[in-house]
Design a protein around this ligand. Sequence first.
Ligand code: ZN
Length: 426
Amino acid sequence: MKTFKTFLIATAAVIALSSASVWAETDAELIARARAIHDRVIAVDTHVDIPANYGTDAYDPMKPGPRGQQVHLPTQVEGGLDATFLIVFVGQGELGVQGYSKALSDAMIKFSAIHKVTEKMYPDKWELATTANDVRRVTAAGKKVALIGIENGYPMGEEIDLLDVFYDYGARYFGHTHIGHNQLGDSSMSLTRELTEPKPLHGGLSALGKQAVKRCNELGIMNDVSHAGKQTSLDIIANSKAPVIASHSGVNGVFKHPRNLSDEELLAIKKNNGVVQMVAFDTYLRAVPKGKTDAMASLWVEFGIKDFGDMGKLTPEQITSYRAKSDAIELQFPKAGIKDLADHIDYTVKLIGIGHVGIASDFNGGGGILGWSGAGETFNVTLELAKRGYTEQQIEKIWGGNLLRVLADVEKYAAKTKYNQKRGKA
Ligand SMILES: [Zn+2]
């Protein structure tokens, strides 16, 4: 009996010891493990907006500026955010030559600002990358990486050859639509605040949109399905000969929202060998408290805003007042947090596998959540992933390995096309 008792005590001690080493990681140990992982992996954020005054005194990326600017080089260093896709975004306007030409000039100002910042203002700290290899090389050299993504194909108008110009200026992904249908395809949302499926214009990707998918493939630009309507998104995936991305989206499996991807789209992206970048955008991650929706609706009524297009009609004084009031509403109702973002990541990893999921902030464009409200807090995302049991190898894929694999695949496909070869010789 004594022997049996001793055996029991010894066994209990062994179990206690092994549980302590395997399961009971202290907070300090978890933080140290996550920190080491975060320092080793390349963290790529596929969606950071820039305003029209980027690269001027009003928004010098070296200095923290006024409201809404969530990414600066010093905070990128602090948060360990290695690479950002800076976004050439132009809001949706009227379909026609006048609208297209204004949009094109706005887009070119943003392209030029990114070149100015990386090549003239801070070439010793920052470099514009145009290939997956560039991203690894620049990071290894201790500099931050900028890449360029296009959000909304509207500025292309009906001139397919403008895609070549965008490519030459460094664009490496192309989001066909934004909010509101355009000449390339139907959007997931209309310009009004309604969250119902908008009435179709083309019923998916237009004939011009199909040509754009093809040209992006030939040039080596990743086709992006974020913001596209479901049928447009499925058409982009079906037409693309190289892997596609969703540059900043959530998933309907966790929270149903027109901007989020259905399981059908996710499975199609898996089959296409693409990648879905989960976005840290409050209203896509979880249900917004009704009080907040009502307060925002009243604010729109107060400022006479009927759709997103009306925002551009506000005077500078009205914009200041609108922002102060919307900030007050934000403070009253806390945003989604890192756990919500990680829930979208978990769901997508389970459905389509670790090789097809990534991360985007949508900073400066409405993104940012509790715990990841700016570049300086980027480590918190890695901490949550490590806490949830993701290994270093898995976190490396999520933070950029998958996206860089897709970019390299897209480059490889393009290099084999006749169009690309002919262009190279021209
Ligand atoms: Zn967006």
